[in-house]
Design a protein around this ligand. Structure first.
Ligand SMILES: N[C@@H](CCC(=O)N[C@@H](CSS)C(=O)NCC(=O)O)C(=O)O
Length: 275
């Protein structure tokens, strides 16, 4: 009986092995990195704009469903709200949410003013940030605009309430200051913690498929976008082990942002908080 079972298992194992060898491997036929950005129906329906503030080197992102016209904006800057309103009007969009990846220390969020100008818009921030907003979110929450859903991932370390927003169907993620292109947010602010940031990036961002496009909160070097695979291979800070990373982060010696003392308290009120 035992002999028969062993023979049977051997046949099953050989069959499985042959099946695996014969079946064409998708990644050898079409390498993932040259496939189009979005293989789902959403690519035609997504309106996506990356907008830049050349004073604070901040990126703002506008995402909308072209069919329903529902939109969200990520990390608007108060000084550039007129620009954002013009684009929203040009495309006839209905702004649902003004999302903040965190309480910023270098510029004032535009989410409070946008909310005043557009009655359908609600300001959003992490509950962990303890800042005021209409909607408080946390890890695993979903924010919808039209047919699209953004997954909220908690990525603390630069600040306690840092969030990354993931648009799974389109393989896009908006990392705020948790992950910058070939860098990451500094961890020397009062709420900063290098070990927490290291774990956030490895567990919540590097766990995404390698072909996900990552859009950061800032770039100081003229770059616009990266991928999970690229950052895993080329981010000199985050390729280190935890102690190497902590050593680098504790010795960055960056000057404090010029507007630090002014912006933090204003951003705790969501720019201009008005229920
Ligand atoms: N020079 C700028 C501030 C630059 C800075 O500190 N950037 C932050 C994100 S905005 S709080 C950061 O985390 N940088 C990390 C890095 O490695 O550069 C100013 O004066 O405003």
């Amino acid at each position: 009986m035992t002999y028969l079972c062993q023979r049977l298992l051997g046949v099953v194992a050989r069959t499985l092995k042959e099946t695996r060898v014969r079946r064409p491997c998708l990644s050898t036929v079409t390498p993932v990195w040259i496939r189009p950005i979005c293989s789902c129906a959403c690519v035609d329906d997504l309106l996506f704009r990356q907008l830049f503030d050349n004073f604070t080197y901040t990126y703002t992102y506008l995402l909308a469903d072209n069919k329903s016209k529902e939109a969200v904006i990520i990390d608007p800057v108060i000084d550039l709200v007129q620009r954002d309103l013009r684009i929203i009007r040009d495309f006839n969009l209905e702004l649902r949410y003004a999302l903040n990846t965190h309480v910023h220390a270098d510029h004032v969020t535009g989410s409070g003013v946008l909310k005043q100008r557009i009655p359908t818009c609600q300001s959003v921030i992490s509950a962990a940030s303890e800042a005021k907003a209409n909607v408080h979110v946390g890890d695993g929450d979903i924010l919808r605009f039209g047919a699209f859903s953004l997954e909220v991932r908690a990525t603390p370390g630069h600040t306690t309430g840092c969030l990354t927003f993931v648009l799974h169907g389109c393989r896009l993620a908006f990392t705020g200051d948790a992950l910058l292109i070939r860098g990451c947010g500094r961890t020397d602010f009062p709420q900063g913690n290098a070990e927490t940031l290291y774990r956030s990036v490895h567990e919540k961002i590097f766990s995404l498929p390698e072909n996900f496009m990552l859009y950061p909160g800032h770039d100081y070097t003229g770059q616009t976008v990266t991928t999970v695979g690229e950052e895993k291979a080329m981010n000199r800070r985050l390729k280190e082990d935890l102690s190497g990373f902590t050593e680098i982060m504790n010795n960055l010696k960056l000057p404090m942002p010029k507007e630090f003392a002014k912006t933090l308290p204003v951003n705790m009120e969501c720019g201009v908080f008005d229920e």
